[in-house]
Write a protein that binds this ligand. Structure first.
Ligand SMILES: Nc1ncnc2c1ncn2[C@@H]1O[C@H](COP(=O)(O)OP(=O)(O)OP(=O)(O)O)[C@@H](O)[C@H]1O
Ligand SMILES: [Mg+2]
Length: 257
């Protein structure tokens, strides 16, 4: 049965992007269902991160259309897209070096009253909200097992912990949809499972939609309803994990079996 417009959070229509002679993304059309966890897999260099850069406004020169919640995002800056409720993490974490772990995680929370120039001089106005955000963020850090690092600068934590911190940061913003670029890269296998459980919890409790690039297929496949497979800039296959693993072209291009 075709999806109703209201069931779709993200729609890509014939999206293409070349770097010199390389067609990094080549005519990609896809939809991500509201409230779902959808995976994006494919070999190295198949165009996955470029596609996320296009959706999130990091890469603004491309052809085709990106439609989020019924709005065309083409040409919008990343912060405008974030304000519309579409957040992302990067394959290589981007963190604020002059802030502690807790402060970094809290930066993602939107509409904090203390940030308004009119309210900043009146701490009574924003302190309760800031305390609430700090408490929520601490809880999030506990789930991701990095709460004990709250007062450390990012330079003193591991690469895996940076990935977790970046995830805590975007979750604090309570976005409608999140694009996660390899959320478990560099973290211990047991924690990879916990990250996906925390993603699932966020999805169930808040209705957040997730679109996730992941190389750890065993973990990913346990938690997604649908997977898109990219190869040389194109979507070569789509379906439930149980169907995907049977597709010959997927096995040839990616699973290598
Ligand atoms: N800014 C850029 N300038 C030039 N070429 C680029 C740029 N970004 C990506 N590419 C090229 O586009 C292609 C797709 O790269 P992309 O990073 O999107 O792949 P990926 O699927 O995310 O790979 P990986 O799994 O290794 O992260 C590659 O050939 C890459 O070298
Ligand atoms: Mg990538």
């Amino acid at each position: 049965m075709p999806l109703d417009q209201n069931d779709i959070t993200l729609r890509l229509e014939n999206v293409s992007k070349s770097f010199g002679g390389i067609k990094a993304v080549n005519g990609v059309s896809l939809t991500v269902r509201r409230g779902s966890i959808t995976g994006l897999i494919g070999p190295n260099g198949s165009g996955k991160s470029t596609l996320f850069n296009i959706i999130s406004g990091v890469e603004r020169k491309f052809s085709g259309n990106v439609v989020f919640d019924g709005k065309r995002l083409n040409g919008l800056a990343p912060h405008k897209i974030f304000d519309l409720g579409l957040g992302r993490t990067f394959q290589t974490p981007r963190l604020f070096t002059g802030m502690t772990v807790l402060e970094n995680a809290m930066v993602g929370a939107k509409n904090q009253r203390g940030e308004s120039p009119l309210r900043a001089p009146f701490p009574k106005d924003w302190e309760p909200q800031e305390m609430e955000v700090a408490k929520k963020t601490q809880d999030q850090l506990k789930v991701l097992e990095i709460a004990q690092l709250y007062d450390k600068p990012p330079s003193e934590i591991s690469g895996g912990q940076m990935k977790l911190l970046q995830l805590a940061n975007v979750l604090a913003g309570d976005p409608k949809m999140l694009l996660l670029d390899e959320p478990t890269a560099g973290v211990a296998p047991r924690l990879a499972q916990d990250i996906f459980l925390s993603i699932e919890k966020q999805c169930k409790e808040k209705g957040t939609t997730f679109f996730i690039i992941e190389h750890r297929l065993q973990v990913l496949f346990k938690h997604v309803q649908k997977v898109y497979v990219m190869h040389e800039g194109r979507i070569i296959s789509e379906g439930a994990p149980s169907e995907i693993v049977k597709h010959r072209e997927v096995i040839d291009a990616y699973l290598g079996a």
